[in-house]
Design a protein around this ligand. Structure first.
Ligand SMILES: Nc1ncnc2c1ncn2[C@@H]1O[C@H](COP(=O)(O)OP(=O)(O)OP(=O)(O)O)[C@@H](O)[C@H]1O
Ligand SMILES: [Mg+2]
Length: 375
């Protein structure tokens, strides 16, 4: 049908424009607001009924759902996995085309996911751009066997590219946001250094004098210390952009997921708190955990990662330890992950400590005092 081809193309272009124009309005924090409509568009433009888009998540080293259409949300909880467990996705990405499978789905996708799908033909569309494998779109007709028309394949492939475009834009935005955050924090450190430290240095000179201080000198030193404390308070209270907003997920659920599956060393969790994580520390705790896991993967060859939650109603403690630290992992890196985490903790009145313990073990610890009203 050569005549209708340009019209179809316009349709598809309309859908892409419509989807992409919703992109920046939603910000980085609400990926579903973009990926759900994209899945809906797959279903609208093809004969697919159940559509799900999964993306690779660096922090968890896992592929997890980012959007869906026609699938009950509870079912999505069991959808996570690695590329190695999902040969159909590997083929789709390697060949950059929509691939299909009908038989032995449990060999094509993780078995827990195959169970959810039941008897069906499954299509898998690559979400990749410029050689980066970002994820895939799974789609089917809700059960039963089918073939895709060439037109459908093309539409799905195009929507896969649209998703890839959006996903790479999001990745770039979050890198920029991270750099901006660091800039702000460096400004804060500079301000503290220039104002507070200068005053304290002046005081230390006066106090270091090898003679009795006059009453006037003592008063001035006292005033300077007061002023330094005031400066420090105002610098710390200045609203700095808080760490990126979370997904609303709880640390407890996150850990449950991780202990079930994480594409790294096995994770051993020891929950020694009888309290839940204080609400205002959820995001901080999750970002410290994510950074520690990223680092364990990046800077060591661990056989095990131990995560401990402890403390009581007055204290929150999160500790992540990994073994397998070689000579390189001596904290000499020029990275900013742990430094940012330390600054985030400081803003909540807490600290992040890190370093090697003996026998090649690395430890990251977040400790935050919790007051009664905050808990
Ligand atoms: N789990 C770990 N095992 C061994 N060494 C580690 C571990 N975590 C951190 N390090 C060391 O501490 C340094 C600082 O870590 P940090 O997270 O701040 O930076 P990075 O990971 O190198 O870079 P970025 O986090 O900015 O991507 C690392 O470069 C590494 O040398
Ligand atoms: Mg790091």
């Amino acid at each position: 049908m050569p005549d209708s081809a340009p019209i179809q193309r316009t349709d598809q272009l309309d859908v892409m424009v419509e989807l992409l124009s919703g992109l920046d309005a939603d910000g980085v924090d609400a990926p579903q607001a973009f990926y759900d409509p994209l899945c809906e568009a797959v279903s609208r433009l093809t004969s697919m009924e159940r559509v799900m888009l999964v993306l690779y998540e660096d922090a968890r080293k896992l592929v997890v759902p980012a959007g869906s259409h026609g699938i009950e949300p509870e079912l999505l909880a069991d959808v996570f996995g690695t590329l190695d467990e999902t040969p159909i996705a590997k083929r789709a990405l390697a060949e950059d085309r929509v691939v299909m499978a009908s038989d032995h789905l449990e060999r094509e996708v993780p078995p827990r996911y195959a169970r959810v799908l039941g008897e069906t033909t499954l299509s898998c569309t690559p979400v990749s751009a410029g050689g980066s494998w970002l994820g895939v779109i799974f789609a089917d007709r809700g059960g039963g066997r089918f073939e895709l028309t060439g037109k459908e394949r093309h539409r799905m492939w195009t929507l896969g590219k649209t998703a890839a475009l959006a996903a790479s834009a999001r990745i770039a935005t979050s890198h920029q946001a991270r750099a901006r955050l660091l800039d702000e924090r460096v400004d804060l450190a500079r301000e503290v250094h220039e104002r507070v430290m200068q005053r304290l240095f002046g005081v230390s000179l006066v106090l270091g004098a090898e003679r009795e201080l006059t009453r006037e000198e003592r008063r001035r030193a006292g005033d300077e210390i007061q002023a330094a404390v005031g400066d420090l308070r105002s610098a710390m209270a200045r609203p700095i952009e808080s760490p990126p907003a979370g997904t609303g997920a709880k640390l407890r659920d996150e850990l449950k997921r991780l202990s079930r599956h994480y594409d790294g060393a096995p994770i051993e969790i020891s929950w020694q708190r009888d309290q839940e994580v204080p609400e205002h520390l959820e995001q901080l705790a999750q970002s410290v955990l994510a950074e520690a896991l990223r680092n364990a993967h990046k800077h060591a060859a661990p056989t095990k990662v131990k995560v401990k939650l402890a403390g009581d109603d007055g204290l929150f403690l999160l500790e992540v330890r990994n073994d397998g630290v070689g000579q390189s992992g001596r904290g000499q890196g020029a990275g900013m992950g742990l430094r940012l985490a330390a600054l985030d903790a400081l803003q909540r009145g807490g600290v992040v400590e890190f370093g090697t313990l003996d026998e090649g073990v690395w430890r990251v610890r977040l400790v935050v005092p919790v007051s009664g009203e905050q808990a």
